[in-house]
Write a protein that binds this ligand. Sequence first.
Ligand code: NAD
Length: 358
Amino acid sequence: MPLMLIDHAELHRMASRIFEAAGSSPEEVRVIADHLLEANLRGHDSHGVGLIPTYLQHLANGTVLANRKGRVVSEDGPLIVYDGERAWGQVAAREAVMLGIARARQTGVAVVALRNPHHIGRVGTYGEICADAGLVSFHFVNVTDARPAVAPWRGTDARFSTNPVCIAIPGPAPERPIILDMATSMIAMGKVRVARNKGEQLKPGTLLDGDGKPTTDPNAMYRQSRGAVLTFGEHKGYALAFVCEMLAGALCGSGTMRPERQGRGTATNGMLTILIDPSRLVDREWLREEIAAMTAYITASPPAHPDEPVLIPGDPERGTRAQRIANGVPIDDETWREITAAARSINVLIETPRLKPQ
Ligand code: NAD
């Protein structure tokens, strides 16, 4: 499937025009477009502009509401419960995390339970915001109101979703935070979509078909009898996915992916965020030096392949970002066709993009 390299500023303008036409205020347009473009720039195309067609379907079916503001349901010392009230998840999750940052600065620690936003996108975004604020953060996420996509270890059909987890820690240098941000499934669902759109097969050991048998065909997730993605790391990934479901779904109040919460044709994320001000535990400069020294030691391990040095979590995304700002963001033809068709449905005409020279 051919790929186009499109300048990131042009993609940002396109996303902005679409969300403006979809009724969002200029501030909301900026938050959503920035979030989607950052996901593309950091190499997570699963959570970039390719989500626009699905998002517009959800807007049309009334399961996400433009310009909706979430609200604080309760506050109790360091604990905040925040209801996203079906707002765009990028907006609600950002607001909830900002409240958590302010609280952690006062009390040293904060716990934010986010419930009922629309899909919050790339969870690393929120870890990066916390790390920028000098905090350590943990984010556990589940999904409801969609068809399940991930099979439990030892199971053969999908019972929950890709339940991502993010842990962010200030890094060896301010511009190099440690950002662990990953689905607990072998791959994020959006990456199955990207593979399907590119006409690619998935790695063996990633997917089961509708009969519970191993397959490499991403179309297995789009048939009536739906397949299932496997968890990463065998039983360990499953155990982590399981606790994400309970922490983000049950503890935060959105609920878990029980059969009665699978049929709404949208995506709701619950997110439990725990923030710690590290300077309440150790001296900040000592911490930075310790992290820098250990990072240097770990990454000095002789690489198994000379052109693949040892990295820290967050490095691959920063590398891809620099490369894509210089060379453009790769978008396959099918994804482009889906985005332009979705834009047309709300009367936004997208011209053929000016391509970066390859
Ligand atoms: P992935 O498999 O690419 O893993 C990414 C993580 O691994 C990052 O922390 C990255 O820095 C780290 N990493 C990669 N290579 C590394 C290396 N060589 N050395 C050290 N660290 C390395 O990501 P994924 O599981 O496909 O998830 C993609 C995105 O999807 C994430 O941003 C996640 O938040 C998002 N997601 C969102 C939802 C939702 O419901 N909102 C659901 C699932 C996933």
